[in-house]
Ligand binder design. Structure first.
Ligand code: GLN
Length: 287
């Protein structure tokens, strides 16, 4: 029995700092980046940037929406899908479950392109399987005069890419729904000085993190038993898509360099291997 004369202890709402600490402990069970996740989700709940959060909001009361965001992350949903945003090459991009979340590793392609085109600008840039538009928009951020074409078979992804392009570039850009497994898909596109591609390259039965396998689009990840299906279709087609002096940069899984280089050599293309920041094979240049 509660004593009616005794005042009920007021619930003391946790502060933002306390809520982040608790969430980081909880999330450590399912995430390798628990503290960072908690801070990014808290910033999102507050409608603030992460630095504003850390500088200004730590002593406020926990906002009401935070717990639900932590609950979603606990179920392995990627932080980028919860916030609807991911950073690539310094650009804050919109993402949705229709698109692969851009990875820092893919910046290897942009760096390789930047070096290859030192002192000149590609006039036309093609992004095969553009997804969020990350590679294309990052490339256009380097060359103000370049014209961009992004293709994807997913209509939903093209809508995301078009919004990202509108937010981040004044260059001429077109996004087209095309599927490179359909004959004649590239009719009328012309040739390109720079071609970028992060095609699906994961083996169908690969052991992937739950946050990837259960949430990211299978169509952007899986490419047959050895992960090479899309390279077999795409690499021979580069011959007809590259302009004279042009260069294609294609992302690979770190065990795939030899096989993908061989596909290029077979059709008379020269190749160069590019490593990522962890010194793993990450991209092949074809020219
Ligand atoms: N890098 C992604 C992963 O390992 C794969 C991306 C892709 O298949 N293009 O999850």
């Amino acid at each position: 029995m509660t004593d009616p004369a005794r005042p009920v202890a007021p619930t003391i709402a946790p502060t933002v700092a306390e809520a982040i600490r608790d969430a980081a402990q909880t999330l450590a069970a399912t995430s390798d980046t628990a503290r960072l996740d908690a801070e990014v989700l808290m910033a999102h709940a507050l409608g603030a940037t992460r630095s504003e959060l850390l500088l200004r909001h730590m002593r406020e009361n926990e906002p009401s929406g935070f717990a639900a965001l932590v609950e979603r992350r606990l179920g392995h949903e990627p932080v980028a899908y919860i916030t609807g945003e991911a950073e690539f090459y310094g650009l804050a991009l919109e993402v949705s479950p229709a698109v692969l979340i851009p990875r820092g590793d893919s910046e290897t392609l942009i760096e390789a392109a930047r070096v290859a085109f030192t002192g000149r600008s590609p006039a036309r840039v093609l992004d095969l399987g553009t997804g969020s538009g990350a590679l294309l928009i990052a490339a256009l951020s380097l060359w103000g005069e370049a014209e961009g074409v992004g293709i994807d078979r997913s209509e939903q992804s093209l809508l995301v890419a078009a919004r990202n392009a509108a937010a981040h570039t004044d260059n001429g850009v077109a996004f087209l729904q095309r599927d490179w497994t359909v004959p004649n898909w590239s009719d009328g596109l012309g040739r390109f000085d720079l071609i970028l591609a992060n095609p699906p390259y994961v083996e169908d039965d690969a052991a992937l993190d739950a946050s990837v396998r259960a949430f990211e689009p299978a169509g952007a990840l899986f490419a047959g038993p050895d992960g090479l299906d899309d390279y077999r279709v795409l690499v021979p087609q580069l011959v007809g898509l590259l302009a004279p002096g042009g260069r294609a940069l294609v992302e690979i899984g770190h065990t795939q360099a030899k096989a993908v280089i061989a596909l290029g050599t077979e059709v008379g293309l020269s190749t160069q291997l590019h490593l990522d920041l962890a010194s793993r094979a990450r991209a092949i240049a074809f020219f």
